[in-house]
Design a protein around this ligand. Structure first.
Ligand code: ZN
Length: 168
């Protein structure tokens, strides 16, 4: 084995490692891995603009509301889990989803330790705003006209959620 072939092997191995690191960082494991380690509450507005689509940014970071009946997730009925589009935290199970007829994906309960609420006094009425526990991204509102067993209706913006089909 000559020095030259050793160097070449080293180069190939290094390239392979770099490639794997790139794939795992940005692809397959990106959301889950960065989800746990990133301090989302310290991200700046510019950071969020880079991470999100413009629609996601307006809803999650500017308390926007998507048009009713605009989200494909409104009609999603497969078993699975709905996660935050900002930080990938699991927020809702398909088991608590129901058709509210409002045009927004609706649930009667969130997953444990997934969301937080605050009082929203915009639009001349007092509503309860719902946001992600981990990244504080705005998700929607919760109302007390939902179905049993909770009587709650979590009215969510579909653009603030990602859906992963599978065992809920
Ligand atoms: Zn989040």
């Amino acid at each position: 084995v000559t020095t030259r072939s050793v160097n070449r092997k080293t180069f190939i191995i290094r390239s392979a490692i770099a490639l794997l690191a790139g794939v795992s960082g940005a692809g397959l494991f990106g959301a889950a891995a960065s989800g746990a380690s990133t301090d989302y509450k310290r991200l700046t507005e510019d950071d969020w603009r880079k991470r999100l689509t413009s629609e996601q940014f307006v809803v999650l970071r500017k308390q926007g509301t998507e048009f009713a009946f605009s989200s494909p997730l409104d009609h999603e009925t497969r078993p699975g889990t709905y996660s935050c589009a900002g930080c990938d935290l699991s927020l809702f199970s398909s088991k608590t989803k129901f058709d509210s007829g409002t045009g927004w994906p609706s649930f009667w309960a969130p997953l444990p330790n997934a969301i937080e609420t605050s009082v929203d006094k915009t639009f001349f009425e007092v509503r309860t705003e719902v946001h992600c526990r981990r990244c504080a991204g705005h998700l929607g509102h919760v109302f007390d006209d939902g179905p049993k067993p909770t009587g709650l209706r979590y009215c969510m913006n579909g653009v603030a959620l990602t859906f992963r089909p599978g065992k809920p």
